[in-house]
Design a protein around this ligand. Sequence first.
Ligand code: SF4
Ligand code: SF4
Ligand code: FES
Length: 506
Amino acid sequence: MVTITIDGKEYEVAERRTILQAIDDLGLLMTEVDIPHYCFHPKLAVDGSCRLCQVEVEGLPKLQIACDTPVRDGMIVKTANQRVKDARKGVMELLLINHPLDCPICDQAGECKLQDYSFDYGIESARTQEPRRPAKKNADLGPTIVFDQERCILCRRCVRFCREVPKTGELGVFHRGDESVLELFPGTQLDNPYSMNVADICPVGALTTKDFRFKIRVWFLDDQESVCDQCSNGCNIYASRSNNKVYRYLPRRNDAVNDTWICDHGRMSYKQILENRLTEPGIKGQRDVGYRDAIQEAGRLIREARTSSRRIVGVASPYASNEDLFTFRKLLEALGAGPGTFAVQRGEADDVLIKAEKAPNANGARALGFEESYESVGAADVAIVLGHTTTAEYFRDVANLILIDTHVSSLMDQAAVVLPARVTAEKEGTFTNHANRVQRFLPVVEPKFEAWSDGDLLQQIASASGLGGWDSMYSVHEISKELTESIAAFADLQLGSLDDQGRELS
Ligand code: SF4
Ligand code: SF4
Ligand code: FES
């Protein structure tokens, strides 16, 4: 470690880091220490091309770029004196020479670093008489991204991202000097599983996603912390919402899980909140029954099976939260049904983020004692099933299927009782990811129809089955408390005490 002084304050930082990296390590970048930058990105190689991050280092005659100047013991850095501000103003003037500054019709407006820094350091009118150089408008870079070339400030973040993260390298800066332009390499398309991250890291409105472009102005959105539920990596996300609707998912930084990235599949999964949802309870194919009747029917089937000592089984889902699964475990214990089972779909994985298990909480199900099984559940009288990914084949010999599910599936046709449940974005809870990290997610939107969380529905079914001690209102925080008190691995992982980065199972 070395000691450096920034604007009069001393900090201990790691050796062999640059000034900006050291400030980022301290978690102070753009909060306590405001050094404007475009090309620097904490998760990409240093480029040093935009020249905006200049600072004064005592003992050196010229200003230095903070992103590429290594720290040394005793270094004294000034980030906000007049000399530094004048230099930033000069850089901004150069960057704006060819930029259209068309903020009113630019989709990045409201979250654009060029807009912010122009406000802080830009000059009020251009000193140039020449027209801005011609460049491409609305250029299609591939299935996900549109490129407005005249807004590009050539920071090369997108180029480095494609080279370093998916390692596909579709983008490059071509030609030289003021002829330089960002382009696709000939014969390629920007088409990789992480392509949409370039829109997040582009500091201006040059790269935008086809999906979100012109859907809503960003100042009408607010971002809620959540976790992607499409594979066991559990990437941290923000869900941007307005008027009870989610418009996009964005990556939320968690260096232990997903750095600052998410995959395109996970990003687009916000559409599942509205698409193909199971909206109505049902009893034996009849869909116009009320919630109460469906729960009473589920209770009746369980009561009858218990009275005549017939077999009851539980099938969990790796999409259910730890809290929902704990409620299910308690219910199965109370019914004397033995441990529940679950199955998780597997698919392709890579060495960036995408994991083979295509659900967020298979490890949670394992930690809570559910047995992973691909066998049919056999000739049970009642199977209580959290659907999501299970297949009809599994239940061919079950007399009465009580199905709790989020989306329409073939399983509904053979269910005695169907109950619509909430998706991740509609409830609160935790998932345990592939590395046993327990991460919380918060409710983002309310369902547009009556639906309850799996845990809530299970509690209501337990009560309707005549089990004692299940009549209180369901509270996910109460369940979390009980879970963390009764399962040693989850000790200290109570919902209210988890921060936004999560913690590992003990
Ligand atoms: S398109 Fe955006 S990220 Fe790529 S070089 Fe231009 S400004 Fe930078
Ligand atoms: S890698 Fe997995 S968890 Fe991460 S965004 Fe993609 S699907 Fe979601
Ligand atoms: S951020 Fe340092 S030169 Fe661009």
